[in-house]
Ligand binder design. Structure first.
Ligand SMILES: O=C(O)COP(=O)(O)O
Length: 254
């Protein structure tokens, strides 16, 4: 089961408020964010692009709930899963037609990754407040670097981020720890002083592999209940994350 695609149900809110493990006494000098499902609601834009390609090929469109379940492990797996859902190809990157499909997707998505994408409420304000207090901020996403940079510029986040590692910046993607470790190295902060904020099992696994504490936002893309992700703490969205971040990452200009 996948949630939330619409305003959270009371049950979902209750689940996300269960006691979790990361203490309020923790202190961090840097915070690294995931992009899709954490800062950015990108599924409408990804669905638009996939369905434009599908229309050209006479394939039935996907809905946003289906695409939500396919996002988080990079453009290649998204495209493989999307075509696989229409019985085109094997649903894996090993399929002979895969690289052509990814190239067509990237041409179309790269031309306009912004239309249909929105920042989650409070995302920009949270990053602005933290950057203003001297907290070092980074981004670690599996989305390819071209559209990632275009989105960060379009939503005015680029100047707030001291490090950006995208899905094709390095030869490895999350859940491999190296993209996250590279992000904190570029921020010049050791793993114990960094918090990762994500939304998915991939994010939690990456953080665990890197030895970095991780919290998740329940507004993002995942399958199953938020506490099943095994993060150190979960928040509904930026409304409840922001006051907690102000405590645990006060910044050196506070
Ligand atoms: O899978 C993607 O393309 C992006 O995913 P992420 O920003 O959640 O890492």
């Amino acid at each position: 089961m996948l949630f939330p695609l619409s305003p959270p149900s009371p049950d979902h809110v209750r689940l996300s408020l269960r006691p979790l493990t990361l203490s309020d006494e923790a202190r961090f000098r840097a915070v690294i964010f995931d992009l899709d499902g954490t800062l950015l609601h990108s599924v409408p834009s990804l669905t638009r692009v996939l369905n434009a390609l599908f229309a050209e090929e006479g394939l039935a469109p996907l809905d946003e709930a289906q695409v939500c379940a396919m996002v988080g492990e990079g453009a290649g797996l998204l495209v493989a899963r999307a075509y696989g859902a229409r019985a085109v190809g094997s649903g894996t990157p090993e399929d002979p037609g895969h690289s052509g499909r990814v190239a067509r997707f990237m041409a179309c998505y790269g031309a306009d990754p912004v239309s249909g994408a929105t920042l989650y409420p409070g995302a920009a304000e949270t990053l602005q407040h933290m950057a203003g207090r001297g907290v070092r901020l980074g981004l670690c996403t599996n989305k390819p670097e071209g559209p990632t940079r275009a989105l960060l510029e379009a939503f005015a986040l680029a100047p707030l981020l001291g490090a950006v590692i995208a899905g094709d910046t390095l030869p490895w993607r999350k859940p491999d720890p190296r993209p996250l470790l590279a992000t904190l190295e570029r921020l010049d902060v050791p793993p114990g002083e960094v918090l990762f904020v994500g939304d998915s099992a991939i994010d939690v696994a990456c953080a665990r592999n890197a030895g970095v504490p991780v919290v998740v936002l329940a507004h993002g893309y995942r399958q199953g209940p938020v506490e099943a992700l095994g993060a150190d703490r979960a928040f509904q969205g930026f409304d409840d994350l922001m006051p907690w971040l102000a405590k645990v990452a006060p910044g050196d200009r506070a």
